[in-house]
Ligand binder design. Structure first.
Ligand code: PTJ
Length: 244
């Protein structure tokens, strides 16, 4: 364990990097994941390493959408598992969503390591290992999902997703919530609810909104989703980056 002093000006960013490194060492995160982390960090730096008010609005809409879902699934890859394992379990509990491991670079070893890691953080039912259904239009390994998981879901949260798969899931008619720090990336641009924020901040904040909305009526939740403006969220993040 590396000790990072909490008053270090880049504490959060160093902690994040360290978690990803540990993820690689444990066989959870892919080498590609290290590159993805570097890309994410640069966008977070440009966004001021904080949640924009527009991202907070997206996080509230995401909470409402998850609560309205008939069957919501939180998709977990190697970066998500390394960065926010316990936070993902808490979000699943707050919204009644399932958790499914779904990898871009799928290997059985990583699938098992991630499922074990999530269970160590309190997950009781981790999907993704059955792989008894396919996302149409994707090559074999990347298209593997569970029939009673992502395949069946009406709402899916796909953090740090690659553009092809985000598009293919959209074409299946699923309502997609994407977390990605790059507002120009294809996956947030295809999402019904794009969250342009660091997953480290985004997941706990969606959970907080879900707890806050736990007693809201369906009408209230539907109004939050209907009033949500995806273009405004993407434009606001892009403006924040350009105005640095
Ligand atoms: O574990 P696997 O095999 O499923 O692989 C996962 C990765 C992330 C490697 C794979 O999906 C991939 O290659 O993704 P990309 O195309 O690199 O896209 C990752 C996106 O996530 C980029 O747009 C990054 O800016 C963004 N990103 C990286 N770290 C964070 C992030 N967004 C939010 N929070 C982060 N911490």
């Amino acid at each position: 364990e590396v000790e990072i002093p909490e008053d270090h000006p880049r504490y959060q960013s160093l902690l994040t990097r360290h978690r990803i490194e540990e993820g690689v060492e444990k066989g959870i995160t892919s080498k590609q994941g290290l590159i993805a982390e570097g890309r994410g960090e640069s966008f977070d730096y440009l966004l001021g390493e904080e949640t924009l008010p527009s991202a907070d609005a997206a996080e509230r809409a995401a909470a409402a959408q998850l609560l309205l879902a008939e069957h919501a699934v939180l998709s977990v890859n190697g970066n998500v598992a390394a960065l926010v394992p316990g936070e993902t379990v808490a979000l699943a509990e707050a919204t009644g969503a399932d958790i499914e491991v779904n990898l871009f670079g799928r290997t059985e070893e990583r699938m098992r390591a991630i499922a074990d890691h999530l269970r160590e953080h309190g997950a009781t039912n981790v999907k993704g290992l059955a792989a008894d259904a396919r996302i149409p239009g994707l090559e074999h390994e990347r298209g593997k999902v569970d029939e009673d998981g992502i395949y069946d879901a009406d709402v899916v949260l796909v953090p740090l997703e690659d553009g092809d798969r985000a598009e293919a899931l959209g074409e299946m008619g699923k309502t997609e919530i994407v977390i990605d720090l790059n507002p120009l990336s294809r996956s947030p641009r295809t999402a019904a609810i794009p969250i342009i924020d660091n997953i480290i901040r985004a997941v706990p904040n969606v959970t907080e909104h879900a707890r806050d909305l736990a007693d809201a009526s369906r009408d209230e939740l539907e109004a939050i989703v209907a009033d949500f403006d995806r273009e405004a969220v993407l434009d606001d993040a892009e403006r924040a980056i350009r105005d640095v």
